[in-house]
Design a protein around this ligand. Structure first.
Ligand SMILES: [Mg+2]
Length: 365
């Protein structure tokens, strides 16, 4: 099999109403992606997720630097191709961020091709583990710009729909307001529901130490991204001092950074995101690393769950997956949760195929 054509796209899918966390305002979810065509008629699709900023730089990287490495090559040589792109012309300026997210889109498309060629959903192509589905928790009711009334209404509905857990955003200018919202949510959902909070890097070590301790009384399942993700030692201090486990990974770009987090006991739930670690190829390595330390894997869904459901379903140490439904309507086989569990995809590939009319409707490039 030979790659014959590489075609990029940028779609901006509206988020209604717009949402905020402690650092982002999102009116659209951006898919900067690529379709890779082969001489055997099988086409792979991969993409990465953004807050609809910087997508042009991601697809520029693919068009100008990665596509020439792919034309005429065998997609089944994915790991060799990954090395050629990772250590190619962009190596000097890119070991994370734009270039790495571009590589993720390409790598995912290649794994999509391989699974489609085998006529298997990716989770079975990788070696299946969770035939009964994946436990889901829901983040879509807990945005920072939600009023307290809306917050309580949404988390209550999420629990009624059968989700195992809810996550809400914190990081208000006055942490006492966070405390008040967390307390109200715990009262609303009861003691049995898994409940996480996400700081989106807004706190410093002192705020995190003080308010992390105060919030422990609400039996939180994890405290997510309390600090700058480059600050491994700060997270270790917190992990040592707090009873609530530390979760992060959505801004961690390499297996080496995950190694240092995990080996130092600075990370207790591994949220490795396939769109950040340059695709399935390195995601699997990070999952293997986490397994060797018995650290549970629970990915952040920068892809909104389409690809991650396959990876979790193929990984014994992965036990649950985030759910955010913003872009599910654009896919041929959308990620679907029923009674609190992801229903595993049955179509061959990585569940990345987009319904053609949405290329017209949401395309910005
Ligand atoms: Mg997060």
């Amino acid at each position: 099999m030979i790659i014959t054509k590489v075609e990029t796209f940028v779609l901006h899918v509206p988020i209604t109403p717009p949402i905020t966390d402690a650092i982002n305002v999102a009116t659209h979810w951006g898919l900067s992606g690529v379709r890779i065509f082969t001489d055997e008629g099988i086409t792979g699709c991969g993409y990465t997720g953004t807050c609809a900023h910087g997508d042009d730089m991601i697809v520029d990287t693919i068009d100008r630097y990665y596509a020439p490495e792919l034309i005429g090559k065998d997609p089944f040589m994915v790991k060799e191709l990954w090395d050629a792109m990772r250590f190619g012309k962009m190596h000097w300026i890119g070991r994370a961020g734009v270039t790495h997210m571009a590589l993720a889109a390409v790598d995912i498309a290649l794994w999509d091709i391989m699974a489609k060629t085998a006529n298997k959903p990716l989770w079975q192509y990788l070696g299946g583990h969770k035939s009964k589905g994946i436990k889901a928790y829901n983040t879509n009711g807990g945005w920072l710009n939600w009023s307290k009334d809306r917050l309580l209404k949404d988390v209550t509905e999420i629990v009624e729909q059968g989700f195992a857990g809810v996550k809400i955003k914190v990081g208000k200018p006055d942490p006492r307001e966070d405390y008040d919202r967390v307390k109200a949510v715990r009262q609303a959902i009861g003691d049995d529901v898994i409940f996480m909070i996400d700081v989106n890097q807004q706190w410093n070590i002192n705020t995190a130490m003080t308010w992390g301790k105060r919030l422990e009384e609400f039996n939180l399942f994890w405290l997510e991204e309390p600090l700058n993700p480059d600050d491994i030692m700060g997270h270790k201090k917190l992990a040592d001092a707090l009873n609530v486990p530390i979760a992060l990974g959505e801004h961690v770009y390499s297996k080496y950074a995950f190694r240092d987090y995990i080996h130092n006991g600075a990370l207790e739930y591994c949220q490795v995101d396939v769109t950040r670690v340059a695709g399935v190829t390195e995601w699997l390595q990070v999952a293997g690393l986490a397994a060797a330390y018995d650290v549970p894997v629970c990915p952040h869904v920068g892809d909104m769950g389409q690809i991650h459901q396959h990876l979790v379903a193929a990984t014994p140490g992965a036990f649950m997956l985030e759910y955010i439904p913003w872009i599910r309507h654009i896919f041929e086989e959308p990620a679907t949760v029923k009674n609190g569990f992801y229903v595993l995809p049955q179509m061959p590939g990585a569940s990345t195929d987009i319904i053609p009319r949405y290329f017209d409707e949401y395309r910005v490039r």
